[in-house]
Design a protein around this ligand. Structure first.
Ligand SMILES: [Ca+2]
Length: 206
């Protein structure tokens, strides 16, 4: 290798290291605790109305606020990759930047399935690693991205008492599946039946 090639290689390596280092963001995130009823169309319960708006602060490693982030730079995913939360491609809750680098998510979350282990924001593909105490349960209980009669069938199975407790049908997140959940589903179904979304491509594993 010539001396010039060696110098160029070193410059490229240093540049890559600097880019990688600067791409890392620092986060603070909080929310209230809630049981959020969602629909793939994104017309389920709102975070603010449910008492669990999410407050997110984004900083550089130097502590400078990162402002101007757009919706396509955020994702909201389950804290546990194993749970069947069906994240919709355009399902991010509405948010506002209340001051530089401070984002408040207040709208409804477009999703199917459930997440009993909380939700986590992802910024520019980087998981915040902060698990928010928001339990998700959807009228699309089988996480297909569409609300249809298959969801009714799943609920009928789960409330039948012959299968183990399944959080997908626990519409009020109280740990049991009973007539209260049937009432919630009964109110929600006529509104949401036929609603659907395009599912997001799952995030790569950590
Ligand atoms: Ca229940």
């Amino acid at each position: 290798m010539t001396r010039l090639a060696v110098i160029l290689s070193c410059v490229l390596l240093l540049s890559a290291a600097a880019t990688s280092s600067h791409a890392q963001l620092v986060f603070e995130a909080t929310s209230g605790e809630c049981c959020l009823f969602t629909c793939p169309r994104g017309d389920g319960e709102r975070l603010d109305a449910s008492g669990c708006p999410i407050l997110l602060k984004v900083f550089t490693e130097d502590g400078d606020p990162v402002s101007g982030l757009q919706a396509d730079q955020f994702r909201l995913v389950s804290c546990s990759a194993d749970l069947p939360l069906a994240e919709c491609a355009n399902g991010l809750p509405e948010f506002i930047e209340t001051s530089p680098g401070v984002y408040e998510f207040i709208g409804a979350f477009g999703s199917g399935g459930y997440s009993a282990d909380g939700l986590m924001l992802v910024v520019n593909g980087q998981r915040t690693q902060i698990c928010l105490p928001i339990t998700v349960v959807s009228v699309d209980s089988i996480a297909s991205g569409s609300v249809n009669l298959a969801d009714v069938g799943a609920f009928a199975t789960d409330i039948g008492g012959t299968v183990p407790y399944n959080p997908r049908s626990d519409m009020n997140c109280d740990g049991v599946i009973n007539l209260e959940d049937l009432a919630t589903l009964g109110i929600g179904l006529p509104t949401h039946i036929g609603h659907s979304c395009t599912l997001a491509i799952p995030l790569p594993a950590n």
